[in-house]
Design a protein around this ligand. Structure first.
Ligand SMILES: Nc1nc2c(ncn2[C@@H]2O[C@H](COP(=O)(O)OP(=O)(O)OP(=O)(O)O)[C@@H](O)[C@H]2O)c(=O)[nH]1
Ligand SMILES: [Mg+2]
Length: 478
């Protein structure tokens, strides 16, 4: 038996960027040449791509840890490090990507639809790239950035045009088996179907897909029976078919109260109210069933339902049913906005790359947040004074120093750059010589103290991240 897996938690890690290289060109019997340290390579991305030949998430259930490869460090002689390889994960059509808090990050529908789930870290610049007219021989290079990592949840929402709902044993699977080539399991005990079945139906020029879900019973929304868990597979359908059993032997049931009970459960589940519905009275090959069908039909029609009588066993009424469904599906498709000609590529939300914020916390610490300052901190080798000076210049040019001044920071105040759990902290020493004037004084810049405990923690974490057996952080939705 094949296992059907429709929800997995995946731990993904993009590749780290390779470090830039600090190197000086050397040749025998020649004076020292210029800087020739190459750039680090980019870390590989983790990418999800819809592949129609994949039908379950089973593979990820078995191996939920996935990592793209790291970029290689740059080398002397202006050799750039190789980029890491992207890791492309094939997922079924209709896979929804969520973060751990349940926020939808992407809804992947259509073969080839792609989502960059975790971006690889940028490679660090080598000292050749950092050289300028005023800084002819930088004695440092930038560190590669860690790749994004974290947990995502993949949920499969089957993409079927038509969804069959009803009590257990109403004949949903039987109907799929006679309307399409699918051969689901059929039996006369409740809850034969444990996972949704999918079939393809051709009616005239319309081809559509039809799915059933495990039978529903009253209280399903409170977890009775197989619960409502599987209803997410019908969320995308354009038409709901109530399959009603006209020949049930259970005395307290009849098709109309069955319909009410199922509608009640659908209402509890929510979100399906706008979907057109058709009522199918099944098992009319049984004489009592046929009589009951005739009796209740006016009642159902009065409620506004289109009512069709069928027998999945005697195969009657099927043609009319398949064309009625094709009609609704075709109309729903026509009403939908045209599919984009090009495949959709969903990238993580672009971060605001321009600004930064400064806030003062209760204990007086000034916290600087912003994509650029935080990235620059990650790129800095705090063991290298020149690298630290370069960071100070960058921050000065962005206006962080001025901002701190405006925010009321004074000499000796603590300043943290980055989020609470991952910040570099230093004592601020304001200087009016921020920016360009500082360029000639590389190596003498004392605005940054020797890295303090928070900075040390950061570096330890960086080392951990480089480790293959790294831990996964809880990451922000991106
Ligand atoms: N006489 C008669 N029996 C039918 C008809 N359709 C289905 N059955 C029988 O009803 C029983 C249940 O059929 P299924 O197709 O497995 O029902 P289901 O709705 O898929 O049930 P679950 O998967 O348990 O929710 C089987 O024994 C079928 O042979 C029909 O039109 N006439
Ligand atoms: Mg079934």
């Amino acid at each position: 038996m094949t296992t059907f897996v429709d929800r997995v938690e995946l731990h993904i890690a993009a590749g780290n960027g390779g470090h830039g290289c600090a190197s000086v060109h050397r040749e025998k019997f020649k004076p020292l040449g210029g800087p020739d340290g190459g750039n680090g390579g980019r870390g590989g991305d983790v990418i999800l791509t819809v592949d129609q030949s994949v039908t379950t998430l089973l593979e990820y259930h078995h191996s939920p840890h996935r990592k793209a490869t790291n970029g290689k460090p740059g080398e002397g002689g202006n050799r750039s490090g190789k980029d890491g390889q992207d890791l492309v994960l094939a997922v079924p059509d209709g896979t929804v990507v969520l973060d751990k808090r349940g926020n939808v990050l992407a809804d992947l529908v259509g073969h080839g639809t792609t989502y960059v789930a975790a971006e690889g870290g940028r490679g660090g610049l080598g000292n050749a790239a950092l050289a300028s007219a005023r800084r002819k021989a930088p004695g440092f290079a930038l560190l590669g950035e860690p790749g994004r990592s974290g947990d995502i949840v993949l949920e499969l929402k089957t993409v079927a045009d038509v969804a069959l709902v009803g009590y257990p044993s109403a004949g949903k699977s039987s109907l799929i088996s006679v309307l399409s080539a699918a051969k689901p399991k059929i039996a006369d005990y409740p809850f034969t179907t444990l996972v949704p079945n999918l079939g393809v139906v051709t009616a005239g020029s319309t081809v559509y897909t039809i799915a059933d879900v495990p039978g529903l019973i009253p209280g399903a929304s409170q977890g009775r029976g197989l619960g409502l868990e599987f209803l997410r597979h019908v969320e995308r359908c354009s038409v709901l078919v109530h399959v009603l059993d006209t020949a049930t032997l259970e005395s307290e049931r009849d098709p109309v109260s069955d319909l009410d009970a199922i509608e009640e459960e659908l209402r509890h589940y929510g979100g399906l109210g706008d979907r057109p519905r058709i009522v199918v009275l099944n098992k009319v090959d049984i004489p009592d069933g046929k009589d009951l069908a005739d009796m209740i039909r006016p009642d159902l029609e009065e409620r506004g339902y289109r009512v069709l009588e069928v027998s999945a066993v005697a195969r009657t009424g099927l043609k009319e049913l398949s064309f009625a469904l094709a009609d609704i599906v075709a109309k729903a498709r026509a009403a939908k906005p045209k599919e984009e000609a090009t495949r959709i590529v969903i990238r993580p939300k672009a971060v605001d790359d321009t600004g930064f914020t400064i806030t003062q916390e209760e204990d007086g610490l000034f916290r600087v947040r912003g994509d650029k300052p935080e990235r620059w901190v990650r790129q800095t080798d705090f063991n290298n004074d020149e690298a630290v000076g370069y960071l100070a210049d960058r921050l000065g040019r962005l206006g962080v120093e001025e901002g701190l001044m405006k925010a009321g920071a004074r000499a000796g105040d603590g300043v943290a750059i980055g989020p609470e759990d991952d910040a570099v902290v230093f004592d601020w020493e304001p200087t009016m010589m921020a920016g360009a004037e500082m360029l000639g004084r590389r190596g003498e810049d004392h605005r940054f103290e020797a890295p303090r405990p928070a900075a040390q923690r950061r570096k330890d974490r960086q080392a951990e991240r480089d480790d293959a057996a790294r831990e996964y952080d809880d990451f922000e939705p991106f």
